[in-house]
Ligand binder design. Structure first.
Ligand code: FRU
Length: 507
């Protein structure tokens, strides 16, 4: 179905209860609903926003268009959790109902200040000629959880030299000064990140552009995030339109980072190394980080990409968020590990130790659609080892390690319904050694695979049929030792879903 502009920019209160109920029913009947990932009650979810720890709880919001699986009029939807595992749907946090955000409450971040959780976000507006005018806006949540917007933007204008693609403020504080990075497009249609400063979150000064070595790297940089970790500076961003180079940048949209010395806030010079992709799978975009009360740097991403149709569209919803990951730095590289709290979802465990001799093998208890699987291949003489999962006579998803090529490959060619086939159905990255550890989180329609304790991650939606439940381990052209454990995982909510709590009618 083609959505007209009028349909995309409908507000939720313009929909009748009957329409919303019918949509909700369609979504609930979808065979691809997730069990332990944050997903929208209806409609489309995209970027995580306002990720924070405040008042004893984690708060996580996301971009939401309630009325269908398209990028329409965006709201902030609110979920919260005390443990990063069990998320409760709270309802709509920010609505596009002011002159400065009339065409979408776009992405932004959160920061705690004076016992209050502040949100800085982009108000998207369009004039009668459909020309965009972005504002940077402020909202806040008091200790009782009440969220209010400041009734005027805190940044009214796009500075000279930049286009109206100017959005996604990420705020942090150094001593007494607040800083914000904003994703921007220069007038020559190249992407970059700019820096603002403020003494109080209300009054902002344009400091200028962050000077990186990437002067011509895509046409727009979305969702920047700057933080320091183990003495290093890290700038995460999503460059759009980077020209494909070999196996790199197959997609139009990337999310990745540059790391280096701390950003010099005076000169705005950021000395950094190569741009590194944050995720090696197919579906990960617009990640956002926060620091929690335990001092951990945590990251959540959108498990989806812009501008691509997904099989759940026909069921009235699209996308979910990734599991939260903890970030550390090793030798200048970001390491991403699933947060420890996720172990709370583990139910029964089955463990197997074996040696594979140029063969494929299945084991009792190793199957399902919703599990965590940890698998180590060691003493590798085999050329290639791997796992076929969500498999049946007609479908399989394969993660493999080729020792000769020193490459890990995720193959979703036969995963069922495959989104964005035109961009390729395998994804690869370099990994060295005669052993490999694969740590998988499989949910009804996704997989997140942590390689060698978070050295690389492959995040992908997969859309197999419910009968594709088999798991099979293999070693080709030689032997390999196998040590593996499967944990079947409980659903995030007691009665089976990841989407309980107040539904779409609550705002
Ligand atoms: C990234 C993005 C952001 C924007 C938001 C709108 O996916 O395009 O730049 O703020 O989504 O939903």
């Amino acid at each position: 179905m083609e959505w007209t502009r009028e349909q995309r920019y409908r507000r939720i209160e313009e929909a009748t209860i009957e329409e919303l109920t019918a949509l909700q029913e369609k979504v609930n009947n979808s065979r691809w609903r997730q069990k332990y990932h944050i997903q929208p009650v209806t409609g489309l979810l995209n970027d995580p926003n306002g990720f924070s720890y405040f008042n004893g709880e984690y708060h996580l919001f996301y971009q939401w268009f309630p009325l269908g699986p398209v990028h329409g009029l965006k709201y902030w939807y609110y979920t919260k959790s005390s443990d990063l595992v069990h998320w409760q749907n709270v309802g709509i946090a920010l609505q596009p109902d002011d002159y400065f955000d009339s065409h979408g409450v776009y992405s932004g971040s959160a920061i705690v200040h004076n016992q209050t959780l502040y949100f800085m976000y982009t108000g998207n507006t369009r004039d009668e000629n459909w020309v965009r005018h972005p504002y940077q806006c402020l909202a806040f949540m008091d200790e009782n959880g009440q969220i209010k917007k400041l009734q005027a933007p805190v940044i009214n204008e796009v500075p000279k030299g930049y286009t109206d693609h100017f959005r996604d403020p990420k705020v942090w504080k150094v001593h007494d000064t607040f800083y914000a990075v904003i994703g921007a497009q220069r007038e020559n249609e190249t992407g970059c990140v700019v820096l603002y400063s403020s003494p109080d979150l209300m009054h902002w000064t344009f400091e200028g552009e962050i000077h990186t070595r990437l002067q011509h790297f895509g046409f727009m940089w979305e969702c920047p995030d700057y933080f320091e970790l183990d003495g290093r500076g890290v700038l995460i961003f999503c460059p759009q339109g980077v020209v494909p180079a070999g196996e790199q940048f197959q997609y139009v949209h990337q999310s990745g980072y540059i790391a280096g010395n701390r950003l010099d806030l005076k000169t705005k010079i950021f000395e950094h190394g190569e741009f590194v992709k944050l995720d090696r799978g197919f579906d990960c975009y617009a990640p956002q980080t926060t620091i929690d009360h335990k001092g951990r740097r945590l990251l959540v991403g959108w498990m989806g990409l812009p501008d691509i149709p997904y099989p759940t569209d026909q069921d009235g919803w699209a996308h979910c968020l990734t599991l939260p990951r903890e970030l550390t730095i090793q030798n200048g590289k970001l390491i991403q590990r699933p947060v420890k709290e996720l172990e709370a979802l583990r139910q029964d465990a089955v463990h197997v130790k074996d040696t594979l001799h140029n063969e494929q093998k299945r084991y009792d208890g190793f199957n399902g659609t919703c599990y965590e699987l940890i698998c180590e291949f060691t003493n590798m003489e085999a050329e290639e080892v791997g796992i076929e999962f969500r498999s049946s006579h007609k479908e399989k998803t394969v993660i493999s390690y080729n020792r000769h090529k020193q490459k890990v490959t995720l193959d979703r060619t036969y995963s069922g319904e495959v989104p964005a086939k035109e961009y390729g159905t395998t994804s690869t990255c370099r990994v060295e050694g005669n052993a490999v550890k694969l740590h998988l989180f499989v949910d009804t329609s996704s997989v997140e695979i942590f390689i060698n304790d978070g050295m690389e991650v492959f995040t992908s939606r997969i859309f197999p049929s419910p009968e594709s439940t088999k798991i099979c381990f293999f070693a080709r052209n030689g032997n390999a030792s196998l040590d593996t454990t499967i944990y079947h995982l409980a659903a995030m909510q007691k009665n089976g879903g990841a989407d309980d709590g107040p539904l779409v009618f609550h705002w």
